[in-house]
Design a protein around this ligand. Structure first.
Ligand code: SF4
Length: 357
């Protein structure tokens, strides 16, 4: 991830929020971070603004909060829902205020031992208030990582998925600017990389975002309801005698809106000889050699893919014009030397990697 671009974007686009300081590099008050992050769980920023301002006026610090009653706390929480959050806030305030130092602990383990403080809130307090290189992970960051790196692990709340996303979160936080990376990603997820219709054209990460580059943002993160399906297919690398490779747009299983290599579903071990599907793209009288050059594996959302790759060499040059224009397909012949740049998706790149020099 290009963290510099992310930071530059955040400096220009950070919204003014009552819990955010105008100096984005200044360490925050841990109490304010804790209250705002707890309020923001399950609740929109627009709603939390006023609640936070009222709260901080009534309970400006942890000592004032610890000295109050549950009834009074509920009065200032009313309307935010999930009252266990308010109850836990009061419990934690009392524990901290009555502790030896009367200060927030500065270690993840101790913070996570406090009522209502989980891995996310602990990471937020440690990074935003104490400028520690600590990671955070919430739904916003999971969505961004899933799209950036095309992570399709299912179920999305499995241990494997959580470990993968936390690894990415730690990578982002492995910097003296972790506080800014964490907050910028939260903001990016809220305002740009939204659940529906992400605004990729204004995203600072668009140049390296796989979901965006492969036109597959709607596929990530994969839905909890999805069950992974095995899909076996064949990819055709059709090469003319003047070393051009056939690219096709339309009529394919994957990558409907971009050029890809021809591919189709096929049973396992049914890839000997020239498949009938090749006739859709070329004059099969000009086929000189058909060779199965290997198999690759790939995941696309719910599809756990395994593909045989057939290299079909032609005895003729690539036609100047696409004579199959009457079909729904659009065909282009790409110089073999330009193919890896042209086919931007990793599905095609894995197939092309099997080509012999
Ligand atoms: S390019 Fe689009 S999908 Fe990718 S991180 Fe940015 S907003 Fe999200």
């Amino acid at each position: 991830m290009d963290c510099k671009k992310l930071r530059n974007w955040f400096r220009k686009n950070a919204a003014e929020l009552p819990w955010r300081l105008s100096d984005l590099d200044a360490p925050r008050d841990p109490y304010a971070v804790w209250i705002s992050e707890t309020m923001l769980q399950q609740t929109q920023v627009s709603t939390v603004r006023d609640y936070f301002t009222r709260w901080m006026k009534r309970f400006p610090d942890i000592e004032t909060l610890a000295a109050t009653t549950e009834e009074e706390v509920f009065k200032y929480w009313q309307g935010l829902g999930y009252y266990s959050r308010a109850r836990n806030i009061l419990k934690t305030a009392k524990i901290v205020a009555e502790g030896a130092t009367q200060k927030f602990p500065q270690a993840r383990k101790e913070l996570e031992a406090l009522p209502g403080i989980g891995a996310y809130t602990a990471g937020a307090i440690l990074s935003l208030a104490f400028h520690q290189q600590e990671a955070i992970l919430d739904g916003n960051l999971v969505r961004i990582f899933s799209r950036l790196y095309a992570i399709g692990i299912l179920p999305v709340d499995s241990k494997e998925a959580a470990d993968t996303y936390w690894d990415y979160a730690r990578e982002v936080a492995d910097s003296p600017k972790a506080y800014m990376h964490n907050e910028a990603l939260m903001e990016l997820g809220r305002t740009v990389c939204k659940v529906k219709n992400p605004e990729c054209t204004s995203c600072p990460l668009r140049d390296t975002c796989r979901a965006h580059l492969e036109n597959r943002t709607a596929e990530f993160p994969p839905s909890k309801k999805h069950i992974q399906k095995d899909w076996h297919g064949t990819v055709l690398i059709i090469e003319s005698s003047d070393h051009k490779i056939l690219a096709i747009h339309g009529g394919q299983k994957f990558f409907k809106n971009q050029f890809t290599l021809p591919h189709f579903e096929s049973p396992r071990s049914a890839t000997a000889g020239l498949p009938a599907q090749a006739e859709s793209y070329i004059n099969t009288d000009h086929v000189a050699v058909v060779e199965n050059i290997g198999i690759f594996k790939h995941n696309i959302t719910i599809h756990k893919i395994e593909c045989d790759v057939l290299h079909i060499k032609l005895s003729s040059k690539a036609p100047v014009r696409n004579k199959l224009a009457k079909t729904a397909h659009e065909i282009q012949w790409i110089e073999r030397s330009d193919a890896t740049e042209f086919f931007a998706n990793s599905f095609c790149l894995k197939a092309l990697a099997l080509l012999k020099p």
